[in-house]
Design a protein around this ligand. Structure first.
Ligand SMILES: [Zn+2]
Length: 238
């Protein structure tokens, strides 16, 4: 991720901070070395990585940290347009003409990509990690459940909480976001965001000119689905 994509303005976060100025929003320290993460979260990750090195013999690397609303919208629009691959759980790419309806296309993208404004990566508290070892940089469930990262999977299960993290997308569900064992959330900060990101707040933002310029593709089709998208692809199961 380039410096520009981290530093660029994030209209959604600005919109929320105007209403909730007490939220952690010191992104000024953001640099490529922090991946746009809040300082406390980045430091906790470094400690976790050191512990991993002690136990498993390798450090951890961050594949993705903070992602702005604008960046997430670009990813979303590129997937709709077929400019960016849409993959299934094994990393197989769906052919462009696979989807028979926009409804089907929308819900398949949502398995793996958050709808812009509903990504936990907006907050500076969430990150995707991999072992810092040579090899392809891919995020595929099989690697964690029956492949090379099973040890890391078990290590995280045992140690994450000690470092202030949890994994929000760990359960296999037939709908909603697919399991992402590589996605870590720094609880102290993430909980503050979880508490204030409501359906009404998100919808208010998505109707602003800033949110829709450039437009979110298929927004007319998506809008009536938003209550269900919000509850199934954003709210965490208790
Ligand atoms: Zn993630």
């Amino acid at each position: 991720m380039g410096k520009d994509s981290i530093m660029q303005e994030d209209f959604f976060i600005q919109f929320v901070l105007q209403k909730y100025p007490e939220l952690p929003h010191d992104f000024h320290f953001s640099s490529t070395s922090f991946f746009g993460l809040q300082k406390k979260c980045f430091e906790a990750f470094q400690h976790l990585s050191l512990e991993c090195k002690k136990v498993l013999g390798y450090s951890l690397q961050i594949l993705s940290g903070k992602r702005s609303f604008e960046r997430q919208k670009l990813i979303w629009n590129e997937k709709i347009l077929g400019l960016r691959p849409i993959e299934d759980e094994k990393g197989q790419v769906f052919p462009l003409n696979f989807f028979s309806s926009s409804h089907e296309l929308i819900f398949t993208i949502l398995r793996w990509s958050a709808f812009p404004s509903l990504s936990r990566h907006h907050w500076g508290s969430d990150l995707d990690i991999l072992p810092d070892i040579p090899g392809p940089k891919r995020l595929i469930l099989e690697d964690w459940t029956e492949g090379a990262y099973q040890d890391l999977h078990a290590f995280l299960e045992e140690k994450l909480r000690d470092f202030g993290f949890f994994r929000p997308y760990i359960k296999t569900k037939s709908e909603g976001i697919a399991p992402e064992p590589w996605h870590l959330s720094f609880k102290d900060i993430a909980t503050q965001w979880e508490n204030i990101i409501t359906y009404d707040l998100v919808m208010k933002f998505l109707e602003t000119p800033q949110a829709q310029n450039p437009p979110i593709l298929l927004w007319k089709e998506i809008r009536p689905l938003m209550p269900s998208i919000f509850s199934k692809y954003f709210l965490l199961a208790p």
